[in-house]
Ligand binder design. Structure first.
Ligand code: TRP
Length: 334
């Protein structure tokens, strides 16, 4: 607890360009949650290098991601937004936690298996210990809640297990975090394969709408979205393509699926697709303008980066010092 509020931690990787799915499924919720909780939102660049990155692209993307957090409506004077790599406590905490994590536990992580298959020429140790770094992120800030996508729930479970194991040995030092899986717009699917989540790492760029896509690209991608041959606009699992378009529409407009089904009754898929494209653009256009403004204001952005990383460091170091003491490291003399 900070000032009587519960603590929330979450992070996003600066790998690939953010998609509409990241925005509607995660970022938008982050903004909504930032009043109720004391929030730490990290750009997890240390996680990013588990996959080979072009250094200058990674740096640019990390800065854009941070700007996008602000542009989406997270107030950097209230919520702490910072680069993970600026707070060295993450790496130090990770080392300690790795001595309380079993290989057997890590072996069960499905994301490691998926990523190893995808990057068979670079199965590095960081890819394997990735969940421990994530546990360090969360536990350093004594987070009560962690908004994550379903694909990260397993990592949150291992975080809880590590924390409980540590608490059992050394007393209640860690808050046991709960996953917060968003209810609204939680899962936007690929426009080309509506059974697959919309992803920034999709090889087919038509499957994803990127936050930085221009007006025409968005319209074109919506037009090409895969639907079905039923010709009826209904909100059913049997029509995953149409259902996804309705979800996107509802997420953008705040309307309910049943309302939307009524609105489009008797109309064709073309009309729905056009409407979705327009609504998406009416969200993305102002967002893109704000990102550009923020990125241009170097002095402002740099001051946010500096102040917030100091704030993050302050909280993280408090937990780290406590943990170092618990495991028996010698006291620091000044
Ligand atoms: N692994 C998460 C993802 O790829 C990102 C992440 C890193 C994270 N550390 C975190 C999310 C801590 C929540 C909490 O989506």
């Amino acid at each position: 607890m900070i000032n009587g509020k519960k603590i929330l931690f979450s992070g996003m990787q600066a790998t690939g360009s953010l998609t509409l799915g990241n925005y509607l499924g995660a970022l938008k919720n982050w903004v909504a949650l930032s009043d109720e909780y004391d929030c730490f939102y990290s750009v997890v660049d240390m996680h990013s290098i588990t996959i080979r990155q072009d250094p200058s692209i990674l740096r640019k993307r990390a800065r854009k991601l941070l700007s996008t957090y602000i542009a989406a409506g997270i107030d950097p004077a209230k919520s702490c937004i910072y680069y993970q790599s600026h707070v060295s406590a993450h790496a130090e905490m990770m080392w300690i936690l790795s001595c309380f994590t079993y290989i057997g536990e890590l072996n069960r992580m499905t994301q490691f298996k998926d990523k190893s298959e995808k990057h068979a020429n670079n199965i590095n140790a960081g890819l394997f210990t990735y969940p421990i770094l994530m546990a360090a992120d969360i536990l350093l800030y004594q987070a009560d809640v962690v908004p994550v996508g379903v694909d990260q729930i397993q990592h949150l479970e291992i975080t809880r297990n590590i924390a409980e194991r540590f608490n059992n040995l050394y007393g209640d030092v860690f808050t046991i975090p709960e996953a917060y899986v968003g209810k609204i717009g939680a899962k936007i699917m690929s426009l080309q394969d509506p059974l697959k989540k919309m992803s920034k790492s999709d090889e087919n760029p038509n499957g994803s709408i990127y936050l930085m896509d221009n007006v025409d690209t968005v319209i074109k991608k919506c037009k090409r979205a895969i639907t079905d041959s039923k010709g009826m606009i209904l909100y059913l699992d049997e029509q995953p393509g149409v259902k996804n378009l309705i979800d996107i529409y509802c997420s953008c407009t705040g309307k309910q699926p049943c309302e939307t089904v009524k609105e489009f009754e008797g109309k064709g898929y073309k009309v729905l697709k056009e409407a979705v494209g327009e609504e998406v653009n009416s969200i993305l256009q102002p967002l893109q303008r704000r990102v550009a403004e923020i990125e241009k204001d170097t002095v402002y952005l740099n001051s946010i980066i500096k102040n917030n990383s100091e704030k993050a460091e302050y909280f993280a170091n408090q937990t780290l010092r406590k943990i170092q003491k618990k495991v028996g490291f010698p006291e620091r003399l000044r």
